[in-house]
Write a protein that binds this ligand. Structure first.
Ligand code: PXP
Length: 245
């Protein structure tokens, strides 16, 4: 049964739309915990478009479950992470013009910079996960970088417009999951997962953590954060087996 990391970035997006103080992602994190979140995830982007430094600082004090900081490999952000000491850092690619993270981090093209960032975080005792595409070569490179986990990018699966494409993308994710597991890395997944498409992902046996944001925050606008998290958590939880007498 995978753990649920709730990404609360888009609570901050609504706040930043008015550059005011509400809604506060710190409150959202507390309600997500009440709903059963196993972790709180935030992405401190270099352009600070949603989550602010202040949010991460307060969350470090208040979050009682795992705090996962998504971040680029920029030195400035790495310095901040080392100051805050989240439980886990997930390294992601970042482009200023993108609406959201597009594609996984290319570990091969950026090997030296990624290694430098990882080494600093590991030395400080922070667990590191690498957000990558379900690609054999990327997973092999992740293995050489001594990280404890990889997070497979599920965007292609989530965006699939027909069943054949979705099945193909799910197969790619399943193969990549088996490869990462065989190399003794923990297997996380995320991006674009929703109440409708999460089912087959939960069935992938190696998956230990899902990071889900936009869909939960969207539902929370309608039904409240605690209930939205509870409903997603239920989809990750196998039905209780009743033993017949
Ligand atoms: N995992 C990673 C590495 C991400 O960058 C994001 C988006 O911030 C997510 C998970 C969550 O994606 P979504 O908001 O589409 O659920």
């Amino acid at each position: 049964m995978p753990k649920l990391g709730v990404n609360i970035d888009h609570v901050a997006t609504v706040r930043q739309a008015r550059k005011t103080v509400e809604p506060d992602p710190v409150w959202a994190a507390a309600l997500a915990e009440l709903g059963g979140a196993d972790g709180i995830t935030v992405h401190l982007r270099e352009d600070r478009r949603h989550i602010q430094d202040r949010d991460v600082r307060i969350l470090r004090e208040t979050v009682r479950v795992k705090l996962n900081l998504e971040m680029s490999i920029a030195d400035e952000i790495t310095d901040f992470a080392l100051d805050i000491m989240p439980d886990q850092c997930t390294l992601v690619p970042e482009k200023r013009e993108e609406v959201t993270t597009e594609g996984g981090l290319d570990l091969i093209a950026n090997e030296d910079r990624v290694r430098r960032c990882i080494d600093r975080l590991l030395e400080a005792g922070i667990e590191v996960s690498l957000f990558i595409d379900p690609d054999e070569k990327q997973i092999a490179m992740a293995d050489k970088m001594n990280v404890h986990a990889v997070e497979l990018h599920t965007g292609q699966y989530a965006d699939a417009v027909d069943v054949e494409t979705q099945t193909r993308e799910l197969d790619l994710l399943s193969e990549a999951a088996a490869q990462a597991h065989s190399l003794s890395m923990l297997l996380h997944m995320g991006h674009g997962l929703t109440y409708r498409n999460v089912g087959p992902i939960v069935e992938v046996p190696e998956v230990s953590e899902l990071n889900i944001g936009h869909s939960i925050v969207s539902r929370a606008v309608m039904v409240g954060m605690e209930r939205a998290v509870r409903e997603m958590k239920a989809l990750l939880t196998p039905p209780i087996q009743l033993i017949a007498e």
